[in-house]
Design a protein around this ligand. Sequence first.
Ligand SMILES: [Zn+2]
Ligand SMILES: [Zn+2]
Length: 124
Amino acid sequence: MPYLPSYGGYVRYLVGILLTVLIGRQAIVSLQRYLDRQKAAEALPDSQRRRTLSYDVALARLDKGVCPGCERPVDLKDPSRDFCPHCGIGLFNHCGACSARKSAFSRFCHACGTQASPENSEMA
Ligand SMILES: [Zn+2]
Ligand SMILES: [Zn+2]
């Protein structure tokens, strides 16, 4: 029966195409949803966005050299860079007590130990 194997191959081929299309569509839909969420998050004010970010998530992202807000790569070692150039979230600010430049995500000033209240980071 020479017909059956080729028919099976044809079906496999079709199923392969169908699966590729379905998976591709799913990927596009979820990417679109992700981008929409990202866009909505980027529209929020800076301070509100920082509040919605978990402290540990923010630290882990900073550790990887990506913006905690938008997860795009940022040069954290550049001292002139206080804000993410991609989404505008504040990355560094100045301590309200000793005005040392510190990570906007740290809870305490590394120089004097003053607790970084949201008001302090707002001012800087
Ligand atoms: Zn960003
Ligand atoms: Zn300080």
